[in-house]
Design a protein around this ligand. Structure first.
Ligand code: BGC
Length: 763
């Protein structure tokens, strides 16, 4: 390849394709969004597909997928998406989104799974495995710390090392290690001062060197800042085309000796490999079964619906009790079913709940409808009056509300937790006159529910995709027993959320000041009562968890731990429960979350059936990132294992003593303190000697003939001095001791201790 040809592979040829090299027979590849459907540009639209795309199945959006907690099902969705990609000639599908939900106001939360890295990462891995099983590549996005829309192309996410590794990167590390995505899309934002698109720490040191990633990294559309730096950092492909602008810069940098050609060669070798791989897997005449995919979308949407509240068995609808039903709200006929922006799919068909319910309930029940509000969420006295009229005479009023398109979208964050005022007014008016009220929510992220105590049942249906209407009918009628569990916390008030008032940031800086305390980790640490906790979701049947057994009470971290727990369906309907396992260190050295999700399993049970499920905890269930050592460690000590059905409903608990092995002490530097010198076995005598010498230079208090009070004060002052001294970095003492502690003495101490490092361990 010529230098120009190599550079040409470093950026796209069009909005959705890479450049071919005809001379060498290297074809181009087609990439398209992602993530809940294939948004293949309509070649006749002339608009790059932004507004017009070919029909494809619109699957439920990420929060609904996540609420299934069902990895096999998500893999099935991935397979279906892979098949549709094949059919449309797409080689790379731009998804899944593995960014975490740092604030419920994140404008793109409907494209992301969860506030928890294990759940998010596991779901992303299942999705990728499904798509890639069809010979189509995934693009895990947006790497990394891209958790808001405000100033998304310019903001700098300032994340401390512990939160970065344990939370934000973990959600990517899991799918990278488990599912090897063909591509990873870097984020628009800066991470700790450097654009993600040219961040060598992220793209090379962590992604490739630490995690062993072998695929390519492409830029989010327009995320490139300095293309040459990007090549050096490990960014293979700039998307979309920059019209040759950056290719010329790469050529010039190599010619000027500013960019080593060997680095470019590696970037290009990866590009050639992915192109060949992409073309190896695509059958020419692929098709997909629209009806089967629609049915799958319905099954997933039903499994992803979360029954938040259900007083007095208000749901499911009862043939005897609910003879007349009032369906209220525009969304029942014209659903909100996906989010706005690059993920928008042109569905093959679109269900609405009103029509589906009419079909399912048959003609001997009376079903009435009132619109309640307009598409933007505003209501009028006439609309409220009409709604009250139908609700008053019905046995059961079901109010469909949620967030209109204009409230949540890619490109901007939500202004508040509130639903449109018209929706709240509608619920309150209906609840005041109706015998029983169910609220059906369609939204991509948590909302405030000021009317929560006035209604009997609440179903969170999320943005359920094209078959969401049928799925809602399945849930309301009881054809499907709800088993969805929240993958995110619903807060009471925005002021109680982890990022308040730091979200979305200012001056182009986003401070992740809450550290690792995101989502339930925050509510648990602060003992705040959320509206609905992470992991919550009711069923039409009941479950009992019992007999928690651990394979050991005293274990070595490397050996891990097996858990057994018995789940029984104690009600009268078939249903599914998600067994959730949380782990917390009892006496952490530095603040850690009270407990963190470390394993989960969804169990399907017939009435009366019980099953003993086994869950495995590995070393990483106990690990924490140690910023000083720049590695993962396990601190030896007691850990609490809690098992239950939500982060706040944990009926089973046990403790285990974990041996994390010896921890090598971090090497000393001139900024190490005397306290750190003392921690080292080799440092202890040096420290003692130093203190003794310092004390020896001082007159003994006993010799000073002090009054008892003065003696006590002087003693205290010397002790305080010692406390101060222990916290002074060695290098500072060189300056402050006026020659008593020399630079040479300091270097001597550091060298003596560091050379004996391999023998130095902390407890
Ligand atoms: C979005 C990506 C998307 C890309 C291509 C960007 O604006 O952030 O998620 O894949 O556009 O549409």
């Amino acid at each position: 390849m010529t230098l120009e040809e190599k550079a040409s592979l470093c950026s796209g040829g069009t909005m959705w394709t890479t450049k071919p090299i005809d001379r060498l027979g290297l074809p181009s590849i087609t990439l398209t969004d992602g993530p809940h459907g294939v948004r293949m540009a309509d070649p006749n639209s002339g608009l790059n597909g932004l507004n017009a795309s070919l029909p494809a199945t619109c699957f439920p959006t990420a929060p609904a997928l996540a609420a299934t907690w069902n990895l096999d099902l998500i893999r099935e969705v991935g397979e279906a998406l892979g098949q549709e990609s094949q059919t449309h000639g797409v080689q790379i599908l731009l998804g899944p989104g593995a960014n975490l939900k740092r604030s419920p106001l994140g404008g793109r939360n409907f494209e992301y799974y969860s506030e928890d890295p294990l759940l998010s990462g596991s779901l992303a891995a299942a999705w990728i495995k499904g798509v890639q099983s069809k010979g189509v590549g995934a693009s895990l996005k947006h790497f990394a710390a891209n958790n808001q829309e405000w100033e998304r192309m310019a903001g700098d996410s300032i994340v401390g090392p512990t939160a970065l590794h344990e939370i934000y990167l973990r959600s990517f590390e899991i799918p990278v290690r488990l599912a090897s995505p063909w591509t990873i899309m870097c984020a628009y934002n800066k991470v700790n001062g450097e654009f993600a698109s040219q961040n060598k720490t992220l793209l090379t040191d962590i992604l490739r060197d630490d995690w062993g990633y072998e695929g390519i990294v492409l830029s989010d559309w327009g995320a490139v800042d300095d293309r040459v730096k990007g090549v050096e950092a490990g960014l293979n492909l700039e998307m979309p085309s920059s019209g040759g602008y950056n290719d010329r810069k790469i050529v010039a940098a190599v010619q000027a000796g500013e960019l080593e050609e060997s680095i470019l060669d590696q970037i290009v070798t990866d590009m050639v490999a992915i192109t060949l791989q992409a073309h190896a897997g695509i059958p020419k005449d692929a098709t997909f079964d629209e009806a089967a995919h629609h049915a799958l979308a319905r099954r997933v949407a039903a499994e992803g619906a979360v029954l938040l509240k259900n007083e007095n068995a208000t749901l499911p609808l009862s043939e005897k009790r609910d003879r007349s039903i009032a369906i209220i709200g525009e969304f029942a006929k014209r659903p909100r079913y996906q989010g706005a922006g690059s993920s928008q799919v042109n569905p093959t068909q679109l269900d609405n709940a009103f029509a589906e319910l009419t079909d399912m309930l048959g003609s001997d029940l009376s079903l009435t409808f009132a619109q309640g509000y307009d598409w933007e969420g505003a209501t009028t006295p006439e609309q409220l009056h009409e709604a009250e009229q139908v609700a008053r005479v019905a046995d059961h009023a079901i109010v469909f509300i949620g967030l209109p398109d204009s409230y949540e979208s890619e490109g901007f964050d939500r202004a508040s937790l509130e639903l449109p005022e018209g929706h709240n007014q509608l619920v309150e008016s209906v609840a005041a006159v109706s015998k029983r009220t169910t609220v059906l929510l369609m939204n991509g992220s948590p909302v405030a529910m000021p009317w929560i105590d006035q209604v009997d049942a609440i179903v969170e249906a999320y943005l359920g995709g094209q078959a969401g209407g049928g799925a809602i009918a399945d849930i309301l009628t009881g054809a499907v027993n709800p088993s969805g569990k929240l993958a995110e916390t619903f807060p009471q008030r925005i002021e109680e959320t982890p990022t308040y008032p730091n979200f979305p940031g200012r001056d182009r800086t986003v401070l992740y000041g809450e550290g690792v305390f995101i989502g339930y980790r925050h509510y648990d640490a602060k003992r705040l009562e959320p509206l609905f906790p992470f992991g919550h979701g009711l069923s039409y049947t009941t479950f009992e968890l019992s007999e928690l057994e651990l394979s050991g009470k005293d274990i070595e971290a490397d050996a891990g731990l097996e858990l057994k727990v018995t789940v029984k369906n104690t009600g009268s309907r078939e249903g599914a429960e998600v067994v959730q396992v949380y782990v917390g260190e009892n006496d952490p050295e530095a603040p850690r979350p009270v407990r963190e999700l470390k394993a989960f399993k969804k169990v399907f049970l017939k009435p009366g059936e019980s099953q003993t499920v086994s869950l495995q905890l590995y070393r990483d269930a106990f690990e924490q990132y140690d910023a000083e050592r720049e590695e993962w460690i396990v601190r030896s000590g007691e850990y609490t294992i809690s098992v239950g059905r939500s982060s706040r409903d944990l009926p089973l608990e046990s403790t285990v003593s974990v041996d994390g092995g010896k921890l090598p002490l971090p090497p000393l530097t001139p900024m190490s303190t005397f306290a750190e010198v003392e921690r080292h076995p080799t440092g202890k005598p040096i420290y003692d000697n130093f203190i003794a010498q310092m004390q020896g230079d001082q007159p003994k208090l006993e010799d000073l003939n002090l009054s008892p009070d003065d003696y006590a004060a002087a003693k205290k002052a010397r002790e305080t001095m010692l406390v101060f001294l222990r916290e002074i970095p060695l290098q500072k003492l060189v300056m402050l001791s006026q020659g008593a502690f020399t630079e040479e003495a300091m270097q001597g101490i550091i060298q003596a201790i560091n050379s004996a490092e391999s023998d130095s361990f902390s407890d």
